[in-house]
Design a protein around this ligand. Structure first.
Ligand code: HEC
Ligand code: HEC
Length: 271
């Protein structure tokens, strides 16, 4: 009797795992080698989502140069040796003198997220680097009159270049390094274009050494204009961003462990 229960549970578990794997197909496809890469592969996959949200704005998808400005320079492979990367993430790097500073992430990222990040960064040297996930930008309001750019394209620019510090909805994370966003769209984009006197907020426009073209800045402005038009959309983060992917990866890991455990039980009872 017990054995039948175990077999039923096992079958149900396997079914759930299949469904979860189906849901995660796009994520695993980005990874290229799926679950066979095991724990390290999953950590790197979760780390790719953290990196996409917090780091690629300045360092590019794989630590390459994104622009000519100091803040967008490539990460030197030597800086990744030893504890260098971990310390830079916890405490920040760069300086006011160089005109470019990386914020300290010690209060914004958990230990587990930092471990995942390091697993992702570690893949740069192996050539087994998972692709960064695309952000889930949620529903974008209609274009606001007077702004010529494309707000949907602007939402993608915001998610990739601004959300890491200012949050997906502009609410900020942990001031002063991760402040709330306020003001008129035109004035906000001026700061994005030219930078802030605080060296943690670099100039993002291509003409000032950053990664963003005039078109991208116009799209960003059209997107920010939709905030001013619908104040309420700024009130909460409704599951937008990169974190959904982390949840999917976690669910698969738990299901796989569960199914393995049940399979062991069945084998034991049969013996
Ligand atoms: C504002 C842009 C910005 C963001 C966002 C940013 N960094 Fe940096 N990062 C910098 C600057 C500037 C330096 C210093 C470069 C230098 O001094 O040569 C740096 C240095 C580093 C270094 C090298 C440390 C060293 O000792 O030289 C690593 C590793 C690094 N960053 C990782 C990250 C990770 C991981 C994230 C995301 C959690 C991140 N950075 C987010 C700007 C940024
Ligand atoms: C690495 C973190 C970081 C990133 C990425 C970043 N910012 Fe900032 N931002 C800051 C900091 C820090 C300040 C200055 C806070 C201070 O000292 O008052 C700031 C200030 C601003 C301000 C001025 C706020 C005010 O009230 O004065 C605007 C507007 C702004 N950022 C827009 C953007 C936009 C748009 C993007 C994306 C293109 C962006 N930021 C990306 C960290 C960042």
């Amino acid at each position: 009797m017990k054995r039948w229960m175990a077999i039923l549970t096992l079958a149900f578990g396997a079914l759930l795992a299949l469904v979860a794997l189906g849901a995660a197909q796009p994520v695993l496809a980005q990874d290229g080698h799926g679950s066979e890469s095991g724990d390290a592969g999953l950590a790197a996959l979760r780390g790719a989502a953290v990196y996409a949200e917090f780091c690629q704005a300045c360092h590019g998808p794989q630590g390459e140069a994104l622009g000519t400005g100091e803040a967008f320079a490539a990460i030197d492979a030597a800086a990744l040796a030893g504890d260098g990367a971990r310390l830079a993430i916890l405490e920040g790097a760069g300086s006011a003198e160089s005109g470019a500073a990386m914020p300290p992430y010690g209060k914004v990222l958990s230990e587990a997220q930092i471990a995942d990040l390091l697993a992702y960064i570690g893949t740069w040297a192996t050539g087994e680097t998972p692709a960064l996930p695309e952000p889930n930008i949620g529903h974008v309001q209609e274009r606001v009159e007077g702004f010529a750019g494309d707000p949907v394209a602007g939402a993608a620019v915001y998610a990739r270049f601004c959300a890491g510090c200012h949050g997906m909805s502009g609410a900020g994370r942990d001031a002063p390094a991760f402040p709330k966003l306020e003001g008129e769209p035109v004035q906000m984009v001026r700061v994005a274009r030219e930078g802030h006197e605080n060296p943690t907020m670099p100039a993002f426009s291509a003409e000032q050494g950053g990664p963003l073209s005039d078109d991208q800045l116009a799209n960003l402005e059209a997107y920010l204009a939709t905030w001013a038009d619908h104040e309420t959309s700024q009130e909460q983060d409704d599951g937008r961003g990169y974190s959904l992917l982390i949840v999917v990866a976690g669910v698969i890991a738990i299901l796989l462990i569960g199914v393995t455990y049940m399979a062991r039980l069945v084998v034991k009872e049969e013996a």
